[in-house]
Design a protein around this ligand. Structure first.
Ligand code: HMG
Length: 390
């Protein structure tokens, strides 16, 4: 039985910052952000969007009534959780109107957890072939104003339906994974911005990639030539390239050119959104699927997932025949077109506009937020969500 990604939905908040203008405001050469980091725009979440609403907005785009009935497991990967106890999965289970006979849990391991979700979903469907699983990666990446990490912020969510006989990508069984306890990036409970050892995190991302790639080749006997394309976790678009270029000489020149060209296609959406942590690898896969004009059914795609702290995994999928008919290309084009640019001053205000840390009652003005699902405020320490479609 083939199991894999049947549908992918994506949502980013409606505000973005132009990276050239951000660089100018910080007194930095814009080429550093657009070439050195590889980012053009950065998605920015207003206070009315959090990990739950971003996820619900991504999932609403793709779920039909059959999915809502058949989904009996919701796996919500995030590192921007809104509660230490109640999972974000339970909130979206309700907001999406899913079958009540479902398991709903939140998964955490930095940017890696949606990948863990996919692998767990695969096991669940192997035992329950009629089920579908909703796997989410939803985050708001915050490093702080004028910090070295600022140019690698972002916000957004990817929602994937995992099922048997998937229409997009069948996930193969072979995969290699690696854990090592390191402090390259983390976010203590008391902080709403990440702590990061930037250079060390870059080195470890590449080290973990090389480790799981070598192990994968050893376990499977496959080589670079077996891949039509490779997708990477994309904290910023230059990062995946830095890892990819370490292995390119293992293949022919033509293979190298193919992988490099597909890598460029796979980062088009990420260049406009920034780091969305758990969803970044899947946003890159989505970009590849929606923007390429040469990949076909039967092609093998490699996926490298990395979550600081750290866990890395290399796994693969086989593209399904006719996958092009099951994408939401127009909706994603509309989503990008409808976004509104904010000035650096406005971005700084929006960034600082956060919920009261003590949970006091607040009512939020969502008149400028066009999203279907938004946060309307906090009452009795409970977040109040609204789904405009209901
Ligand atoms: P920095 O110190 O500001 O930048 O931090 P830099 O000085 O290293 O420069 C960046 C690049 O721009 C360099 O290129 C420069 O040469 C180039 P490289 O040598 O790396 O190829 N550059 C220019 N290029 C063209 N024209 C110019 C110019 N000037 C410089 N004028 C850093 C950069 C990424 C470290 C920082 O932004 C940061 O700390 N970001 C957050 C951490 C991060 O994204 N780490 C990535 C790996 S860890 C990961 O992926 C996990 C993560 O997603 C979290 C999770 O798992 O939850 C982060």
């Amino acid at each position: 039985m083939e199991i894999g990604i049947d549908k992918i939905g994506f949502y980013a908040p409606h505000y973005y910052v132009d990276m050239v203008k951000l660089a100018e405001a910080r007194g930095i050469d814009p080429d550093k952000f657009t070439i050195g980091i590889g980012q053009d725009e950065m998605a920015l979440a207003p206070v009315t969007q959090d990990a739950v609403t971003l996820a619900a907005n991504a999932a609403l785009q793709v779920l039909d009534e059959v999915d809502k009935e058949k989904i009996d497991l919701v796996l919500f990967g995030t590192e921007s959780g809104i509660d230490h106890s109640k999972s974000a999965a339970v909130y979206i289970h309700h907001l999406l109107g899913l079958n009540p006979y479902a398991r709903s849990i939140e998964l955490k391991q930095a940017c890696y957890s949606a990948t863990a979700g996919i692998q767990m979903a695969k096991g669940h469907i192997a035992l329950n072939p009629k089920s579908k699983v909703l796997v989410i990666g939803s985050d708001i990446a915050r490093y702080g104003l004028a910090t070295p990490g600022e140019s690698t912020q972002g916000a957004g969510a990817v929602a994937m339906v995992i099922s048997k006989d998937p229409k997009l990508l069948a996930i193969e069984n072979e995969s290699t994974y690696f854990t090592n306890d390191i402090m390259d990036f983390w976010r203590p409970l008391y902080s709403d911005t990440a702590c990061v050892d930037g250079k060390f995190s870059n080195e470890q991302y590449i080290h973990f990639f090389n480790t799981v790639w070598e192990k994968y080749k050893e376990q499977t006997g496959r080589s670079l030539e077996d891949f039509a394309a490779l997708c990477y976790h994309v904290p910023y678009t230059k990062m995946g390239w830095k890892a990819l270029r370490t292995i390119l000489e293992e293949g022919t020149e033509a293979c190298g050119e193919r992988l490099r060209a597909h890598y460029e296609t796979s980062i088009q959406y990420n260049r406009k959104v920034g780091n969305i942590y758990t969803g970044s690898l899947y946003l890159s896969l989505l970009s590849l699927l929606e923007k390429n004009d040469s990949l076909k059914g039967g092609d093998r795609i490699g996926l490298y997932s990395y979550g600081s702290g750290a866990v890395g995994e290399f796994f693969t999928g086989i593209l399904q025949h006719g996958y092009q008919q099951h994408l939401y290309v127009n909706q994603h084009e509309e989503l990008f077109k409808a976004r509104q640019e904010v000035s650096v001053e406005e971005y700084e205000e929006i960034f600082a506009d956060t919920l009261p840390a003590d949970g006091s009652t607040t009512s939020l003005d969502a008149a400028n937020d066009p999203a279907a699902v938004y946060l309307s405020g906090v009452e009795d320490h409970k977040r109040i969500y609204v789904n405009r479609n209901n």
